[in-house]
Design a protein around this ligand. Structure first.
Ligand SMILES: N[C@@H](CCC(=O)N[C@@H](CS)C(=O)NCC(=O)O)C(=O)O
Length: 563
């Protein structure tokens, strides 16, 4: 009898274990009309309320952005900047650049000491790390061109949220625990978020609500010329910063032509310079286009190898060629030309890893004379908006102006502060991305829209510094080459290579042991230690029947809401 019980127990254990191993494909929220996927449920909800009121995707973008500035101080902001790529219901595409700028008093070597060594922390923490913020200018620009509801109706939900307060999530508790001691050090006093907050506590953002009310009443000028601007400048200057009122007054968001290119039967629309995102994405996708990826298993050795080698070459070019197009001549057409790219990939072989030390930027025949929270929105009219906005590092420069209620960015670190010295994401830059007054620092933000057969297919983007481009890439491939649904794709394990350092970053314990061993045997170094998160993707997929599927990244508190 005992023996029989043991056998039954073992069989049931085996069956259960087997069951656990069968992967359940996650399916995201599916809705018919409109959808927003963002880093916080409060922000997605506020944006969707605007859509339900009859607002379009651009109205919802403004409301969502401002709601993130309240609900997601880690990266949501009015003290930072970002990029928007859009596609209207009639297929018109465009992009808005509201990236921060270097202040007028900035200079090329401002973060170096007399011996030309980088002064640790100066470009990342404190008032000198701050670039001239672009977010408020960007939102007013979007409203001017596309807004259909009054601006005051779009900002009010964020004001109400700030007054009512935002509930701390478990993930936010952890992040605050990790960073809150910096806030007191950097600001020389305790500020709103210096306290110990626990999950389910409610944080009210009273000063931020007042700032937003002034912006509601006085418009864009409140931030760039008014009381808010004056207080911002005073605070930064008192704390060693160099931003002046003239910097604020001169700031303008800029409409740009997005990078548009074909990959197999897809048309990809992505951000152009000063973001490297679209160009790098084009280079990587064109490098792998000649291969039939469907023949490779997803995340198999060959697949990882091919993507890695394409990424290696694209990031080497990024480091050398790319910078703010208003300041440097960048050969975009040559860099994204298929012949050039095929030539770049001609020394790649599945037999062994290329060494980054042997790869430099490509040789361009001539220069033409032409010159990190993400959210995705689709409205019921068929307009699509893809936005990535950031303070750069976690809570930016950690400078928090208590009386205004918000953090300021540390975007200056995205410049190449000294050629050959890696920035906080390990990216190395060159002359093209050197600091100059009023120049925009190079970004990796890759807000992207994908079309298939002339129809809207996907809206996708991610935060994550240098890993943004490769996260967006993998999600496009997951869906279009491996037939994954949006949530399934977003939840999949990711890897990343950026030329230097010469290793493949992999999400820890997410990849097959055999695959990792095969890659090592081929000469690839694998880094699973420091890469806790590679991107945090929020995306929307238009399904065959026209319904929308949201992909909200489980790595954060990201949430899809729709109707
Ligand atoms: N400044 C960078 C993007 C910076 C970035 O992605 N930062 C991360 C923090 S390390 C972020 O904003 N993460 C927000 C999140 O995880 O939601 C760029 O322009 O390329």
């Amino acid at each position: 009898m005992k023996k029989l019980l043991l056998v039954i127990l073992l069989i049931s254990l085996f069956v259960n274990c087997k069951k656990e191993k069968t992967k359940v494909k996650p399916i995201g929220l599916i809705t018919d009309n409109g959808m927003i996927v963002s880093a916080r449920k409060e922000a997605s909800e506020i944006g969707v309320q605007i859509l339900k009121k009859g607002g379009n995707a651009f109205d919802a973008m403004i409301a969502t952005d401002l709601a993130l500035a309240v609900a997601y101080p880690f990266a949501g902001n009015i003290g930072g900047g970002g990029f928007m790529v859009y596609r209207t219901s009639n297929g018109k595409t465009g992009a808005l650049d509201y990236r921060e700028k270097a202040p007028l008093l900035a200079s090329r070597d401002m973060y170096l000491d007399d011996e030309r060594n980088v002064i640790e922390g100066k470009s990342t923490t404190g008032a000198l790390a701050v670039g001239v913020p672009g977010t408020i200018a960007g939102l007013f620009e979007v409203h001017k061109k596309f807004g259909s509801l009054p601006f005051k109706d779009l900002i009010q939900p964020a004001i109400d949220l700030a007054k009512k307060g935002v509930v701390v999530t478990q993930k936010q508790e952890k992040r605050l625990e990790k960073y809150n001691h910096f806030f007191e050090d950097v600001n020389n006093k305790k500020v709103l978020l210096s306290g110990d907050f626990n999950e389910n506590d409610t944080i009210k953002y009273i000063h931020l609500a007042k700032t937003l009310e002034r912006i509601r009443d006085n418009g864009k000028d409140e931030f760039y010329k008014g009381e808010t601007g004056q207080k911002l400048v005073n605070h930064l200057q008192e704390n060693g910063g160099i931003i002046t009122l003239e910097d604020l007054e001169k700031y303008e968001a800029k409409w740009r032509n997005p990078i548009e290119f074909d990959y197999k039967d897809l048309r990809i629309i992505s951000m152009t310079l000063p973001s490297s995102g679209g160009i790098c994405l084009a280079q990587i996708l064109k490098s792998i286009e000649p291969y039939n990826l469907k023949e490779f298993e997803h995340n198999s050795t060959k697949y990882i190898q091919l993507i890695t080698e394409a990424e290696r070459r694209a990031y080497a070019d990024r480091s050398h060629f790319l910078g703010d197009i208003d300041f440097v001549n960048v050969p975009i057409d040559s860099l994204t030309d298929s012949n050039y790219i095929n030539h770049r990939m001609s020394d790649f072989s599945f037999e062994k890893a290329t060494k980054s030390a042997d790869v430099s930027h490509g040789k361009i025949s001539g220069y033409e004379s032409n010159e990190t929270t993400h959210y995705s929105i689709i409205d019921s009219f068929g307009n699509a908006v893809s936005v990535t906005t950031t303070l750069n590092g976690a809570y930016g420069s950690k400078v928090f102006i208590e009386e205004l209620g918000f953090f300021l960015n540390n975007e200056m670190d995205d410049f190449s502060i000294k050629p050959g010295t890696p920035n906080m994401f390990g990216l190395i830059g060159a002359e093209a991305n050197a600091i100059a007054p009023e120049k925009r620092m190079l970004s990796s933000m890759t807000p992207t829209i994908v079309e298939q057969n002339g129809k809207l297919k996907m809206v996708v983007g991610s935060p994550g510094g240098s890993t943004i481009i490769t996260s967006v890439l993998q999600n496009i491939l997951n869906v279009t080459e491996f037939d994954m649904g949006m949530q399934e794709s977003v939840s999949e394990a990711r890897f990343h290579h950026q030329w230097l350092p010469d290793n493949i970053k992999m999400e820890p314990n997410a990849f097959d042991l055999k695959t990792k061993q095969q890659l090592k045997n081929l000469g690839y170094e694998i880094d699973e230690s420091t890469s806790v998160v590679i991107g945090k993707v929020d995306a929307i997929l238009v399904l065959e029947n026209g319904q929308l599927e949201g992909g909200a990244d489980p790595r954060g508190d990201d949430t899809a809401i729709g109707f």
